[in-house]
Design a protein. Structure first.
Ligand SMILES: Nc1ncnc2c1ncn2[C@@H]1O[C@H](COP(=O)(O)OP(=O)(O)O)[C@@H](O)[C@H]1O
Ligand SMILES: [Mg+2]
Length: 241
């Protein structure tokens, strides 16, 4: 369960990037957070995950307020950032172990999990190489593996498909579906509508820092008949471009 309540972010330069964003992602749901570049998706995700403190509003993950009870909140979700270029002097395996240490995952539990994930993402041979020598897609896959080693009940993914090759994107989408199916919550941002259309139970569309529409794909098709999701999206967000 992911709960955003009135999340507003005014950056230091006075720019109001988001304005009163509220939504709930229930257990068993995959929700796509769609919007054009600069809409405020990353800002909302950073407030949900405790990287940014909201100017106003609250974020509660699995019952834990991210700012009042950050340790418990952070243990209960996996987060994939939009930029995989961190700590690249570490090898892939060192980075995974660094994350697994933070989550107190016992060594005997993590080895089989790392093995399984590395196999799925075709990263076994790369684990002992420094991440500085990885391609963007490999870094992204490594971030996915590290985030999923502790397999918590909520996943919060910022543009997770960007830079992944088709096989890795396919695997990740499959895993997102599997994860939601067994009763977990998955929220991912995307500026690519096809990805949202393939995966989501529900879509939240954000533009200029505000939610302008949300609902199931069926609802959107009923509400905006005879249009593809992409056409609906352009119609809703394009006016301001
Ligand atoms: N650190 C920052 N300081 C000032 N403005 C920012 C900062 N980060 C993002 N913004 C602005 O906030 C808006 C939303 O950005 P962002 O959340 O990254 O959008 P998205 O992820 O949807 O592309 C944009 O106008 C962006 O330029
Ligand atoms: Mg972004």
């Amino acid at each position: 369960m992911i709960e955003a309540q009135g999340l507003t972010m005014i950056y230091g330069n006075g720019h109001k990037a988001t304005d009163g964003i509220s939504f709930n992602i229930h257990k068993g749901e995959i929700v796509g957070f769609a919007g054009p570049n600069g809409a405020g998706k990353t800002t909302v995700i950073k407030m949900l995950t405790g990287i940014l403190r909201p100017t106003e509003g609250t974020a509660v993950i699995n019952g834990f307020d991210i700012n009042k009870d950050p340790l418990n909140a952070k243990r209960s979700f996996a987060y994939i950032a939009d930029n995989p270029d961190i700590l690249i002097q570490l090898t892939g395996l060192e980075y995974i172990n660094f994350i697994a240490d933070m989550y107190d995952i016992p060594t005997e539990d993590r080895a089989p999990k790392i093995d399984e994930l590395a196999e799925r993402f075709d990263m076994k041979d790369a684990l002992n190489t420094q991440m500085r020598d990885y391609s963007h897609g490999m870094r992204q896959k490594l971030m996915v593996i590290a985030a999923l080693v502790h397999n918590p009940p909520a996943w919060i993914l910022d543009e997770p498909m960007t830079g992944l090759d088709p096989t890795a994107a396919f695997e990740l989408k499959k895993m997102m579906r599997e994860h939601a199916k067994v009763g977990n919550s998955v929220l991912f941002s995307t500026h690519v509508l096809e990805v949202a259309e393939q995966l989501c139970d529900r879509i939240i569309i954000i533009n200029k820092g505000r939610i302008i529409e949300q609902g199931t794909l069926d609802y959107l098709r009923l509400e905006y008949p005879d249009r593809t999701l992409e056409e609906i999206f352009v119609e809703l967000t394009g006016k301001s471009e």
